[in-house]
Write a protein that binds this ligand. Structure first.
Ligand SMILES: [Zn+2]
Length: 145
Protein backbone atom coordinates (compact mmCIF):
# COMPACT_ATOMS: atom_id res chain seq x y z
CA UNK A 1 0.00 0.00 0.00
CA UNK A 2 2.80 2.38 0.94
CA UNK A 3 4.52 1.47 -2.25
CA UNK A 4 1.40 2.37 -4.19
CA UNK A 5 1.17 5.68 -2.35
CA UNK A 6 4.77 6.38 -3.09
CA UNK A 7 4.25 5.62 -6.75
CA UNK A 8 1.17 7.83 -6.79
CA UNK A 9 3.09 10.66 -5.17
CA UNK A 10 5.88 10.20 -7.69
CA UNK A 11 3.35 10.21 -10.48
CA UNK A 12 1.86 13.52 -9.37
CA UNK A 13 5.19 15.14 -8.71
CA UNK A 14 5.68 18.03 -11.05
CA UNK A 15 2.11 17.82 -12.25
CA UNK A 16 -0.62 20.33 -11.67
CA UNK A 17 -2.96 18.19 -9.54
CA UNK A 18 -6.28 19.59 -8.38
CA UNK A 19 -6.62 23.34 -8.06
CA UNK A 20 -9.60 25.67 -7.85
CA UNK A 21 -10.15 25.70 -11.60
CA UNK A 22 -9.85 21.90 -11.74
CA UNK A 23 -12.35 21.52 -8.91
CA UNK A 24 -14.81 23.87 -10.57
CA UNK A 25 -14.55 22.04 -13.88
CA UNK A 26 -15.07 18.71 -12.08
CA UNK A 27 -18.19 20.05 -10.37
CA UNK A 28 -19.40 21.40 -13.69
CA UNK A 29 -18.87 17.96 -15.22
CA UNK A 30 -20.90 16.39 -12.42
CA UNK A 31 -23.75 18.88 -12.89
CA UNK A 32 -23.69 18.29 -16.65
CA UNK A 33 -23.82 14.52 -16.11
CA UNK A 34 -26.87 14.90 -13.85
CA UNK A 35 -28.44 17.16 -16.49
CA UNK A 36 -27.70 14.49 -19.10
CA UNK A 37 -29.62 11.93 -17.06
CA UNK A 38 -32.58 14.31 -16.84
CA UNK A 39 -32.59 15.68 -20.37
CA UNK A 40 -30.92 12.81 -22.32
CA UNK A 41 -29.23 15.50 -24.37
CA UNK A 42 -26.18 14.41 -26.37
CA UNK A 43 -24.76 17.91 -26.39
CA UNK A 44 -24.82 18.18 -22.61
CA UNK A 45 -23.29 14.71 -22.39
CA UNK A 46 -20.45 15.71 -24.70
CA UNK A 47 -19.91 18.93 -22.75
CA UNK A 48 -19.75 16.93 -19.52
CA UNK A 49 -17.27 14.48 -21.04
CA UNK A 50 -15.25 17.43 -22.31
CA UNK A 51 -15.15 18.87 -18.79
CA UNK A 52 -13.96 15.55 -17.35
CA UNK A 53 -11.30 15.22 -20.03
CA UNK A 54 -10.20 18.80 -19.49
CA UNK A 55 -9.96 18.47 -15.71
CA UNK A 56 -8.03 15.19 -16.04
CA UNK A 57 -5.72 16.73 -18.58
CA UNK A 58 -5.11 19.73 -16.29
CA UNK A 59 -4.50 17.48 -13.32
CA UNK A 60 -1.88 15.47 -15.17
CA UNK A 61 -0.35 18.36 -17.03
CA UNK A 62 3.36 18.81 -16.42
CA UNK A 63 3.30 22.42 -17.51
CA UNK A 64 2.19 23.51 -14.07
CA UNK A 65 3.41 27.05 -14.43
CA UNK A 66 1.01 27.59 -17.28
CA UNK A 67 -1.76 25.78 -15.38
CA UNK A 68 -0.99 27.91 -12.32
CA UNK A 69 -1.34 31.01 -14.44
CA UNK A 70 -4.66 29.75 -15.84
CA UNK A 71 -5.91 29.07 -12.34
CA UNK A 72 -4.88 32.53 -11.14
CA UNK A 73 -6.65 34.09 -14.10
CA UNK A 74 -9.73 31.99 -13.44
CA UNK A 75 -9.78 33.09 -9.80
CA UNK A 76 -9.35 36.71 -10.81
CA UNK A 77 -12.17 36.57 -13.36
CA UNK A 78 -14.58 34.78 -11.05
CA UNK A 79 -13.82 36.86 -7.94
CA UNK A 80 -17.04 38.87 -8.33
CA UNK A 81 -19.20 35.80 -8.93
CA UNK A 82 -17.60 33.92 -6.06
CA UNK A 83 -18.17 36.84 -3.72
CA UNK A 84 -21.83 36.99 -4.78
CA UNK A 85 -22.21 33.24 -4.43
CA UNK A 86 -20.75 33.15 -0.95
CA UNK A 87 -22.98 36.10 0.00
CA UNK A 88 -25.98 34.17 -1.31
CA UNK A 89 -24.93 31.03 0.56
CA UNK A 90 -24.55 33.07 3.72
CA UNK A 91 -28.06 34.50 3.28
CA UNK A 92 -29.54 31.05 2.69
CA UNK A 93 -27.71 29.70 5.71
CA UNK A 94 -28.88 32.47 8.03
CA UNK A 95 -32.44 32.16 6.67
CA UNK A 96 -32.45 28.42 7.39
CA UNK A 97 -31.06 28.82 10.89
CA UNK A 98 -33.53 31.64 11.60
CA UNK A 99 -36.45 29.49 10.45
CA UNK A 100 -35.13 26.63 12.54
CA UNK A 101 -34.87 28.70 15.69
CA UNK A 102 -38.33 30.19 15.04
CA UNK A 103 -39.66 26.68 14.78
CA UNK A 104 -37.96 25.68 18.03
CA UNK A 105 -39.28 28.79 19.78
CA UNK A 106 -42.83 27.93 18.73
CA UNK A 107 -42.49 24.67 20.63
CA UNK A 108 -41.50 26.40 23.86
CA UNK A 109 -43.26 29.73 23.51
CA UNK A 110 -46.69 30.86 22.52
CA UNK A 111 -46.27 33.72 20.07
CA UNK A 112 -49.09 36.20 19.54
CA UNK A 113 -49.74 39.86 18.94
CA UNK A 114 -50.72 42.40 21.54
CA UNK A 115 -54.45 43.20 20.98
CA UNK A 116 -53.93 46.92 21.42
CA UNK A 117 -50.60 47.74 19.73
CA UNK A 118 -49.92 44.62 17.60
CA UNK A 119 -46.50 44.13 19.15
CA UNK A 120 -45.26 40.55 18.80
CA UNK A 121 -45.15 38.88 22.21
CA UNK A 122 -44.08 35.50 23.42
CA UNK A 123 -44.79 33.67 26.65
CA UNK A 124 -43.74 30.19 27.79
CA UNK A 125 -46.26 27.52 26.83
CA UNK A 126 -48.19 25.26 29.15
CA UNK A 127 -48.96 27.66 31.98
CA UNK A 128 -52.70 27.73 31.51
CA UNK A 129 -54.50 31.05 31.86
CA UNK A 130 -52.07 33.87 32.55
CA UNK A 131 -52.15 37.61 32.65
CA UNK A 132 -49.80 39.05 30.03
CA UNK A 133 -48.45 42.57 30.14
CA UNK A 134 -47.38 43.96 26.77
CA UNK A 135 -43.81 45.13 26.98
CA UNK A 136 -44.44 48.00 24.57
CA UNK A 137 -47.79 49.56 25.53
CA UNK A 138 -48.14 47.87 28.95
CA UNK A 139 -51.68 46.76 28.18
CA UNK A 140 -52.78 43.84 30.31
CA UNK A 141 -54.83 40.96 29.01
CA UNK A 142 -55.59 37.35 29.79
CA UNK A 143 -54.19 34.68 27.53
CA UNK A 144 -54.45 30.90 27.57
CA UNK A 145 -51.09 29.26 26.81
ZN1 LIG B 1 -49.13 46.35 23.33
Amino acid sequence: MNDFRYKLARFFQGRTGVDALGRTVTWLALILMILTMITHSNIIYLLGMGCIAYSLWRMLSKNYQKRYYENAKFLEKTAGIRRKLSGMLYKIHSFVSKTKSNHQQRKIYAIFKCPSCKQKLRVPKGRGKIEVTCNRCHAKFIKRV
